[in-house]
Design a protein around this ligand. Structure first.
Ligand SMILES: NC(=O)c1ccc[n+]([C@@H]2O[C@H](COP(=O)([O-])OP(=O)(O)OC[C@H]3O[C@@H](n4cnc5c(N)ncnc54)[C@H](OP(=O)(O)O)[C@@H]3O)[C@@H](O)[C@H]2O)c1
Length: 300
């Protein structure tokens, strides 16, 4: 088969992957894409066992495996890694996807044109209502847990390199972190803690790429920066946008593609990164937003 044929470039035959937050939303889109395109096993993790069990049924091959765990607990991450160590002994792909939207900006408006500007006092009062713990929780799941998640699975990813089954073992083990367009946005929209967390985790990934290179660890790291995809987390914002469309406050100038992301968009992105096709990507950020960032004040 030609090395340039789609089967050779984009399949993920034989890999063992683990997707945190894989029971719902973007994580489930990712897990399904891997499971339906050759993965030997795709562990999906989250705190709710029933959600995971139902999600696992979505692969006809029985290769999505639910694994309950809380990524904000170091003990839980170590237990997840221990389970994979006993069952498989290696991991080819870790998708650190679990996340939280964190505290909103209170009634500070979303990124669409709003009627009334706030006074300094109103702005200040609104911002100060948010408990600091809400910021801490957001950073804990979106940044801190990603660091410990990577470290808990590091030896298994190393083993993944030694036992890579596909394409002569030349697709190196990888961590993919679900970041967000929020990492780059400056205009009003998602909360400040969420923005800071996604920018922070994006930079942390860049730092890990550099340090892993210096240490010769041979484990790649990349980020995905999705725009708006249907999920429990995104529902409120998507409803808001739908409403704004009706009143003419959002149109295709909001998302040039004129639609939210679909599971096929996420599947294409993850299959590119996880397969031979994306095996030269290391430290890359895959923006998948239908053009949303081009329509707003952003640092991309
Ligand atoms: N949807 C979008 O438009 C969008 C855009 C950009 C980025 N993202 C990012 O995409 C990722 C997935 O979000 P989503 O939109 O798909 O929302 P979602 O469906 O609400 O997914 C969040 C997942 O994370 C899991 N999770 C949350 N806290 C956890 C914890 N402490 N331990 C383990 N798992 C935990 C949840 O499962 P349990 O509650 O069962 O634990 C859930 O499966 C997030 O990092 C988010 O920031 C989403």
């Amino acid at each position: 088969m030609s090395g340039l044929a789609v089967e050779s470039l984009f399949r993920v035959d034989g890999i063992v992957a683990l997707v945190t937050g894989g029971g719902t939303g973007i994580g489930l889109m990712i897990a399904k894409a891997l499971a339906l395109n050759g993965a030997k096993k795709v562990y999906i993790t989250g705190r709710r066992a029933e959600v995971l069990e139902n999600a696992a049924k979505q692969s006809p091959h029985g290769n999505i495996v639910p694994l309950q765990g809380d990524v904000t607990s170091k003990e839980s991450l170590v237990a997840l890694a221990e389970h994979v160590r006993k069952e498989d002994g290696y991991l080819n792909l870790l998708v650190a996807n679990a996340g939280s939207s964190g505290p909103g900006s209170g009634s500070l408006p979303h990124g669409l044109k709003e009627e009334k500007k706030k006074t300094v006092k109103e702005f200040q009062e609104e911002a100060m209502k948010t408990p600091m713990e809400d910021w801490d929780n957001c950073l804990r799941i979106n940044v801190t847990s990603v660091f410990y998640n990577v470290m808990a699975f590091l030896d298994l990813l190393d083993e993944g390199n030694k036992r890579a089954l596909y394409y002569g073992g030349d697709v190196k083990s990888q961590v993919i972190v679900t970041s967000s367009v929020a990492a780059y946005m400056k205009a009003r929209g998602s909360g400040f803690a969420y923005r800071a967390s996604k920018a922070g985790v994006t930079h942390m990934v860049q730092t890990l790429v550099t340090v892993f290179g210096e240490y010769g660890l041979n484990i790649r790291l990349n980020t995905i920066a999705p725009g708006l995809f249907p999920s429990g987390m995104a529902a409120a914002f998507m409803n808001y946008v739908e409403e704004a469309k009706k009143t003419g406050r959002a149109d295709s100038s909001f998302i040039p593609e004129g639609r939210f992301g679909r599971e096929e968009d996420m599947a294409g992105t993850i299959l590119y990164l996880a397969s031979r096709a994306g095996s030269y990507a290391n430290g890359a950020a895959s923006l998948i937003d239908g053009g949303r960032l081009s329509q707003t004040s952003a640092s991309w």
